[in-house]
Design a protein around this ligand. Structure first.
Ligand SMILES: NC(=O)c1ccc[n+]([C@@H]2O[C@H](COP(=O)([O-])OP(=O)(O)OC[C@H]3O[C@@H](n4cnc5c(N)ncnc54)[C@H](O)[C@@H]3O)[C@@H](O)[C@H]2O)c1
Length: 157
């Protein structure tokens, strides 16, 4: 996953921070939100975050422009699905909304794409109930670790 193209669905408090972490780690990031006004503000927000971190000399966050250049905002959820290898869902905490998002992702993503949710309460298997590829669903935690669902392929035993 070194050069993975990462999709983030939901550019709110959690989503924009996850996008920032992946871009800082060198990945290209596609950021989608259903609210276009949020999308139009998010680059300024990321820029402010990165400049603050650079001033504080936090390692890995010195080259603000380079990190920002790796983040694209995207108005089409389908385009995120089609182009990304790893997609983190970070929309609102509502099962129906998340299932709708994952049904679009599941339909349009390439077969290898891994899906994760930043959900604080829903398990990967609840989010994969309509999935064609339940073995590729996981949880993505705040600490940038991925926790496989019970049906996940390559789950540690
Ligand atoms: N794992 C953790 O530590 C942790 C901590 C806090 C929140 N969370 C979870 O992360 C998720 C996001 O929380 P947040 O605090 O960032 O919320 P938030 O309200 O700040 O952001 C949610 C964003 O999702 C967007 N959105 C809503 N419906 C959408 C859709 N259908 N498609 C795309 N975008 C959509 C909204 O416009 C908003 O920008 C929630 O599931 C929440 O429970 C997890």
């Amino acid at each position: 996953m070194e050069d993975a193209r990462v999709g983030i669905v939901g550019a709110g408090l959690m989503g924009h921070g996850i996008a920032q972490d992946f871009a800082s780690a060198g990945h290209s990031v596609w950021l989608y939100d259903i609210d276009e006004s949020r999308l139009s503000q998010v680059r300024d927000l990321l820029s402010e975050n990165l400049q603050t971190m650079a001033k504080l000399q936090i390692p890995g966050n010195r080259n603000t422009e380079e990190i920002l250049s790796r983040v694209s905002t995207e108005k089409s959820l389908r385009a995120v699905a089609e182009h990304c290898d790893y997609i983190v869902e970070a929309g609102v905490e509502n099962l129906d909304v998340k299932l709708e998002v994952f049904s679009v992702l599941d339909e349009h993503a390439p077969p290898h794409t891994i899906f994760a949710s930043n959900s604080s309460s829903l398990l990967p298997d609840q989010l994969a109930v309509r999935a064609k590829r339940a073995d590729l669903y996981a949880n993505h935690s705040l600490l940038q670790s991925t926790i496989p669902g019970a049906s996940c392929r390559d789950r540690p035993r």
